[in-house]
Design a protein around this ligand. Sequence first.
Ligand code: SF4
Length: 698
Amino acid sequence: MKQQTTCPYCGVGCGITAELSANRILSVSGDPQHPANRGRLCVKGSTLHETTAPEARLLLPSIEGRAVSWDTALDKVARQIRQAVDQHGAGSVAMYLSGQLLTEDYYVANKLMKGFLGSAHVDTNSRLCMASTVAGHKRAFGADAVPGCYEDLEIADLILLVGSNAAWNHPILYQRIQAAKQANPSLRVVVIDPRATASCDLADLHLQLQPGSDAALFNALLVYLADQGHVDHAFLLQHAEGFEQTLATARADTPDISIAATKTGLDNHDLTRFFRWFAATERTVSLFSQGVNQSSSGTDKVNSLINCHLATGRIGKPGSSPFSLTGQPNAMGGREVGGLANQLAAHMDFSPENVDRVQRFWNAPNMASEPGHKALELFNAVERGEIKVLWIMATNPLVSLPDTQLIRRALKRCELVIVSESMADTDTLQLADICLPASSWGEKYGTVTNSERCISRQRSLLPPPGEARHDWQIICEVAKRLGFAEAFNYPHPAAIFAEHAALSGFENAGKRCFDISGLSRLSQTEYDQLQPIQWPVTTDAPYGTQRLFSNGKFFTPSAKARLIPVSSQQPMQQLTDEAPLRLNTGRIRDQWHTMTRTGRTPTLFRHRAEPFIDLHPLDAATHALQDQDLARLENAQGQFIGRVRITPGQRPGEVFVPMHWTQSFSSEGRCNVLIESVADPISGQPESKQGAVRLSGV
Ligand code: SF4
């Protein structure tokens, strides 16, 4: 028997056809009908069936290490939440969610917290992934909306990969670019990245810029476009605002190519070549990812790039778009329901009108009226003792958040840590008071949204093992015990999705970009058979919307896009005599997040078997290190030990380490112990790519 579903790893959101036999997944292959991947899968996706063995799974609920019944566990969760709210107020309860959750899980979690308990302290690991893009989109477009679609990659004549190693992290999109380049030899690819990554194999030009200098580069590009007569003044006049002030700020920041060369570390010739190509190429797609987002000025970097697209009118047209590549399978779905602490629901913020609107829609008794704590603030509040009950779902913050010592202290201090998790041995689970076994990919049933706004179905292939339950069911059971049975009495995820879709269209009438009200009346059968569809989906666009802003209208009060003045900034984590090397952290080709799933198959260790340190030959020589030596990176916060890989792809003075290894796989290979707890003040996204360390042999 065959079943269609969606890959749970990256934001490409590939469709999968799974072959099943008596409670086993025999094989997986790319779904040829899915628009994201058209039958292809990368190595992670194609080994999914090797990762579903029940041996490593969390099978029973437990309290303080003792197995208990679901009723006992759920009663205690509800009782302690009620007690915390009564004694310390709603703000003493928080949730930390995940881009691995399905939209339906996310929706009920957000509804319970923001509408029924009255706490907006609901944040997510998507904060680590695309929060700067969300903030940048809202500033520029008045909505958190990716304008383009994957098909633009096949139409473009110039593709920028900015802070993105798509060859490893969005492999199927990279393959689409490869195919597009073969079909259209005049298509140029420019990689803008401090490292020479696998994505450079396709590059006509690699701008190996100084880490963090993206805004200086795009400010200089904006000045060049203006001075060389490449600005689309007709577009700006009709559809955008803020150009003159933005240009003046860019000119003050990076007035010409020679200043840009100094700030970025690039040479004048390469900069000129890039600027000429950009100026001359109408159909330009700028793909950007964590190298832009994971920065203390990530939002400004996003806007500096979007500014260049708006100045040239390159948005809303085939083959012309700034394009954020989300990291996670459902980072966008989480954004849609309000899974970020500064969003209320259905892309609405906390304006009094929105709070009132959502309260009426939910008939909610205890609406949160102010934004809650973003991820780093949230764990700081836990450490201060302000948050008494923390419920973590489907994520491993003890490994993935910066300053892991602080996260450990926070979890130890917290009166009650509840962890909903599908795997039995995550680092975070070890500090949980209550462990709740959750269903996982292949068992879960709901929807996800990928990087091009495409909603796809994840379908159950197997029953959950042991006593594991779906996250939406667990949350609704707690809600019922808290006295909210009527509002959380969903018989099926289809009912949750229908409510979410209806909320997106409630008193909307074209005012808000996120609108899937056209899907609010799906029957359970139609929901089950739902094929991939790009939002908005409304009565006017019943088959979805491939590109946004084609009509030149945006979601700001003036309906015009906004160019945002940006001044380039240095990273917050300063290099010092004690920590003179710039530390870059990131993903590798065959692992995913903290390896709780990909670490289950030996196949995915063939590419990289252990934590490593990528190092330039000059730095290796300075520290008397040979290839394959063990070396130590350290700073005031901690240390990381990895195998030296000497590569000219690194810039001198900079090192790269993978982010995946956990206590279970390598006690000294966790890189986030070295990253300080600093974030972009606008988006709250941590500065994970610009740490500061010293290096020594082991
Ligand atoms: Fe899964 Fe991403 Fe690979 Fe597609 S590209 S198969 S979504 S990991």
